[in-house]
Each structure stands twice: as structure tokens, then as C-alpha cells.
Design a protein around this ligand. Structure first.
Ligand SMILES: Nc1ncnc2c1ncn2[C@@H]1O[C@H](COP(=O)(O)OP(=O)(O)O)[C@@H](O)[C@H]1O
Ligand SMILES: [Mg+2]
Length: 275
């Protein structure tokens, strides 16, 4: 059965079943944000994401949520999680999509160091996903590549989720984008309030790779306030402890100077494959 048919069947079965009384709130297990996540009783393959009630009357947040839905709709044909159902024309918008049995990278990192080969495999898969996303019409930028937005399935497949900060450069809007994203994982250009590009996504991938290889977050400030200046002007890279074969790759993907950074996800992927 192909993916399109599977979606259609899921959609028919799910219609009418998405009542909040039939949902189990799983948000307390994750870092808090403006959204709430639910599992659907009796429907193990579904997850529902909705704006928290207290944010539904804030137009900027509601339109950001709706933009996440629109991006997911536009990604239906690519290799991303299938959107099963969405309703944005109501007081409390939500969407239902595939639930991945697995663990997010944040939990994996907190549980201990990831091995070198597993780290390289995760970065390869991420760069492949980005390469597809970046090549799409409109040249989508994810903008929020961070450990809790990456899920590793039990089979080791990497999924990039949470398109709540994603944007396409033509629709870039200063006011809407200066405050979003996690401070510890901002690229220098994002932290400096400059327009960011697809290379900003690459920088964020570099931050993840660094963290997996060293067991330490590159931006190690303790408070959000201290993270911003560190993200904007990162100290010199400390590569001690990292396998020397990957020094050049880390240096380039984490280059503050965007001209020295890899230009595309595809280029970074080729370099990584050559190591
Ligand atoms: N499709 C999914 N399958 C499994 N877990 C998911 C899925 N979507 C989200 N999650 C879990 O919920 C957490 C929060 O989801 P996310 O979409 O990132 O919400 P937020 O916008 O609040 O950051 C993720 O870190 C992940 O662990
Ligand atoms: Mg998230």
C-alpha cells in the first residue's frame, strides 16, 4: 500500500474522533512551549498538536501555528511525517499527524554520549532531509534544528519535526522572527538579528554534531540572557576530544563567517561522506 492510500484511510478513520476528551495530554513529558501534544486513545499511530488555550487569542502565535500547518501540508509529497488532519478555522487550531515510536535527541543526549558512528549517521540523515527541504520550491528554512526537534525511531531513522519556526526567505518577516528559536541553538546571524538563510540550518546541525561528539553544548551559558551574546559571538572552537578526521568538517559547518561555511546541505553531506 503506498503512502498516499495509507493517509486516505487514516484520514477517514480519524474524522470525528479528534475530540479533546479522547486525547491524552503528553506535554508534561516535554519542554514547555506554546503548544500542547496529545496521544489519541485507541489510535497509537496518531499525535495531535494544538496551541495551548491561553495563546489562542494572540494573533501572532495563532498565525505562527497556522503557518506550521500550511508548511506541513506543502510537505506532504516529500519524505516527512504525514499530516493526517488539521483544523485551523476554529478557536483552538490543531493538527493530527503520524506518531513516531522512538526518542528525541534531547533525551538521548541527556542519557549519555552518543557514539561516533551513531553521531555521524544522525548527521548524515539530517543533512539528507535538509538537502530535500532546501531544494523545494520556496527554499524552506527549518530555523529550529535542536535536539528536541529530532526524533530517532527504534529502527534508527531520523525525523526532523516541528516546523513552527520554519520560513521561506521571501516571506521573512523581522518582527515575527526575532524572538523565536532556542537560544542555545541559534546561529550567529540569527542571534545578531540578521536575516538567516539555509546555511543557518547547517550551523544548527553543526551544533548538534559538536554536542554529540563532545557531550557538551557548544553554547554553554546557563541563562537564556547569557546565551544570546554567546550565540552571536561564539568563542573559538575547542576541538579537543573530537576525532581529528572530523575537525575540518566541524570547523566549516560551524564557521561564523557564512562565506567559509558549507554553502548547501548537499555539499556538507558529500564532505561528510568523504571522511
Ligand atoms: N510525531 C511525533 N512522534 C513522536 N513524538 C513527537 C512527535 N511530534 C512531537 N513529538 C514529541 O513532542 C515534543 C514536542 O513536539 P514539538 O512539535 O517539537 O512541539 P513544540 O512546538 O512545543 O516544540 C518533541 O520534542 C517530541 O519528543
Ligand atoms: Mg519543538
Amino acid at each position: 500500500m503506498d503512502r498516499k492510500n495509507t493517509n486516505t484511510i487514516c484520514q477517514e478513520q480519524a474524522l470525528g474522533h479528534l475530540k479533546y476528551s479522547g486525547l491524552v495530554d503528553i506535554s508534561p513529558f516535554f519542554n514547555g512551549s506554546i503548544c500542547q501534544l496529545f496521544l489519541v486513545k485507541g489510535r497509537k499511530s496518531l499525535i495531535v498538536k494544538s496551541l495551548k488555550p491561553e495563546y489562542c487569542n494572540i494573533p501572532a502565535l495563532k498565525s505562527r501555528f497556522i503557518s506550521e500547518v500550511e508548511i506541513l501540508q506543502s510537505l506532504q509529497t516529500s519524505n516527512t511525517l504525514a499530516l493526517i488532519k488539521s483544523r485551523v478555522d476554529i478557536k483552538r487550531p490543531y493538527f493530527a499527524y503520524e506518531y513516531i515510536k522512538g526518542t528525541n535527541l534531547d533525551k538521548i543526549l541527556k542519557a549519555g554520549t552518543v557514539s561516533l558512528s551513531q553521531s555521524v549517521d544522525i548527521i548524515r540523515q539530517l543533512l539528507t532531509i535538509l538537502s530535500n527541504l532546501h531544494d523545494r520550491d520556496g527554499r524552506l528554512i527549518h530555523s529550529d534544528i535542536s535536539p528536541d526537534n529530532i526524533i530517532l525511531s527504534k529502527q534508527g531513522q531520523v525525523y526532523l519535526i516541528d516546523f513552527g519556526c520554519a520560513c521561506i526567505p521571501q516571506q521573512y518577516n523581522d518582527a515575527a522572527h526575532t524572538w523565536i528559536g532556542k537560544h542555545a541553538y541559534l546561529s550567529p546571524e540569527q542571534a545578531q538579528g540578521l536575516q538567516w538563510t539555509q546555511q543557518s540550518d547547517l550551523y544548527q546541525v553543526g551544533l548538534l554534531f559538536y554536542e554529540m561528539l563532545t557531550g557538551m553544548r557548544r553554547n554553554n551559558a546557563n541563562t537564556t540572557r547569557d546565551m544570546l551574546p554567546l550565540a552571536a559571538n561564539p568563542p573559538a572552537l575547542e576541538l579537543r576530544g573530537i576525532d581529528c578526521h572530523y575537525h575540518e568538517f566541524i570547523n566549516r559547518i560551524l564557521s561564523v563567517d557564512i562565506n567559509k561555511r558549507y554553502q548547501t546541505a548537499h555539499q556538507a553531506l558529500l564532505e561528510l561522506n568523504n571522511i
